[in-house]
Design a protein around this ligand. Structure first.
Ligand code: NAD
Length: 293
């Protein structure tokens, strides 16, 4: 069994990006600039957004963190977005989710200029993704494509089963893997909470992407030998033996599946670390697109 090491792969990608930024600087060009808006004081969201800003610094990007209070109105947030949309120094920006209940998330995502939407959540970018047109592929599915590519896992003609149909993972993953692209051309089955006889379906899969958010859901008996497993799930499970009081558990019963699988992503250290690297890649892409002319 080969571990698909997201920690190492994401470090490689960041290193490649850092080299590109160093070369831009040598040519006396500006560095790519990512901005992030966060509303409120949610601990997990602050941790994520700080990690994104730190990653920018490490590869040589400029970064701006805009912290707004919990009481920020929808209109105030829309105004912040309007400013970033036209700020020539900002190549891409993200609005950290979730937002407080009084703010309409969809309305906010729709307000981001699609050419700066490096999270790839704007309906125009999602539509382009569905049509296999140049876009920003959102970080989690993009990270999975990159892992499969770098580990040279053949997807063409393979039977892929995606578990979960969320807009951020399952749905785009199923669309991308079925498309005519380097990592694609697969026969994809998208399964979800209403799927009947799931184990019958997963047992036939050459590749399984598990993104449902139920710890250790995919058991050894549900997969065939030599399957490739991508475990997207991250759930905090209480664990008194850990300093922070919990451990992170994936959607796959790792110990049951690991000896059957040919390749598998660990949790943590698999898909998770790839997402920040892909956000940086999208920011670099936005920079190049905006400086083409
Ligand atoms: P979600 O909660 O939005 O959707 C879950 C999906 O799973 C739904 O489509 C539902 O139909 C399906 N589902 C639920 N029960 C099922 C069952 N018994 N059988 C089959 N399908 C079932 O999930 P999400 O936002 O896509 O997140 C899924 C998991 O991935 C979570 O643990 C989340 O924390 C994690 N996640 C990780 C990353 C990462 O960077 N590694 C990124 C995003 C999400």
């Amino acid at each position: 069994m080969i571990l698909l090491d997201g920690k190492k792969t994401s470090a490689d990608i960041k290193e490649e990006i850092a080299l590109e930024v160093a070369s831009l600087k040598q040519q006396e060009k500006k560095s790519p600039h990512l901005a992030a808006i966060i509303v409120g004081n949610d601990g997990a969201s602050l941790t994520y957004v700080n990690a994104k800003v730190k990653a920018c610094e490490r590869v040589g990007f400029e970064s701006t963190l805009i912290r707004l209070p919990e009481t920020t109105t929808e209109e105030e947030l829309l105004n912040e977005i309007a400013v970033l949309n036209v700020d020539k120094d900002i190549n891409g920006f993200i609005v950290q989710l979730p937002l407080p209940d009084h703010i309409d998330e969809q309305k906010i995502l729709m307000a981001i200029a699609p050419e700066k939407d490096v999270d790839g959540f704007h309906p125009m970018n999602v539509g382009k993704l569905a049509l296999n047109l140049p876009t920003f592929i959102s970080a989690t599915p993009y990270g999975i494509l990159e892992l499969l590519e770098r580990y040279q896992i053949e997807t063409s003609g393979k039977d892929v089963v995606v578990i979960g149909r969320s807009h951020i993972v399952g749905s785009p993953m199923s669309i991308l893997l079925a498309q005519k692209r380097t990592v694609g051309n697969a026969t994809v089955t998208l399964t979800h909470s209403r799927t009947k006889n799931l184990a019958e379906i997963t047992k036939k899969a050459d590749i399984i992407v598990a993104a449902l958010g139920i710890p250790e859901f995919l058991k050894g008996a549900m997969v065939k030998d030599d399957v490739v497993i991508i475990d997207v799930g991250i759930t905090r499970v209480a664990d008194a033996s850990k300093k922070r009081g919990f451990r992170l558990v994936g959607d796959v019963a790792f110990d049951e599946v690991k000896d059957k699988a040919s390749h598998i992503t660990p949790v943590p250290g698999g898909v998770g670390p790839m997402t920040i690297a892909m956000l940086l890649k999208n920011t670099l892409l936005a920079y190049y697109r905006q400086n083409e002319h």
